[in-house]
Design a binder for this molecule. Structure first.
Ligand SMILES: [Zn+2]
Length: 141
């Protein structure tokens, strides 16, 4: 079973469908998710998605390219620098399993935020289990 931890401020990166684990404002990093504000500068480009869909890119290569595009995006950096909420949830349509295999670009988004905002705790649901119980937002018991 999964239990979310209460309280601890963190940037949570998880699946759209895991609504019970969302906290704070929820932002989508995927295209075409309705019901949440989407951060277009974190979304994959249509061209990259096309190439992924047609097998031109492996999922791993696709994630690498997303990371490159995010790093080149001034708006992405500005958003991260301006982030004052310490509890935010970023969601993608991909299931957890994809992130565990490095096949979801949300991992690239998390790396980017960790790089520029070391003061924020950024936690992916695919991270290995954290050491401290209070940090174990996504621990399987
Ligand atoms: Zn994804």
């Amino acid at each position: 079973m999964l239990y979310p931890s209460e309280g601890a401020p963190m940037i949570r990166c998880t699946s759209l469908k895991n609504v019970e684990f969302h906290a704070g404002p929820v932002y989508s990093v995927a295209r075409n998710i309705s019901g949440f504000k989407s951060l277009s500068f974190f979304q994959p480009s249509a061209a990259d998605l096309h190439n992924l869909a047609y097998g031109v890119y492996t999922p791993e290569r696709f994630v690498e390219l997303c990371a490159i595009h995010i790093r080149q995006n001034t708006a992405a950096r500005e958003w991260v620098f301006g982030l004052t909420d310490k509890t935010v949830t970023l969601v993608c349509v991909c299931p957890l399993e994809r992130r565990r295999h490095g096949q979801c670009h949300l991992t690239a988004v998390a790396d980017f935020i960790r790089e520029w905002r070391p003061d924020l705790l950024v936690v992916l649901d695919s991270d290995p289990v954290q050491k401290e119980p209070q940090d174990a937002w996504w621990t399987e018991y």
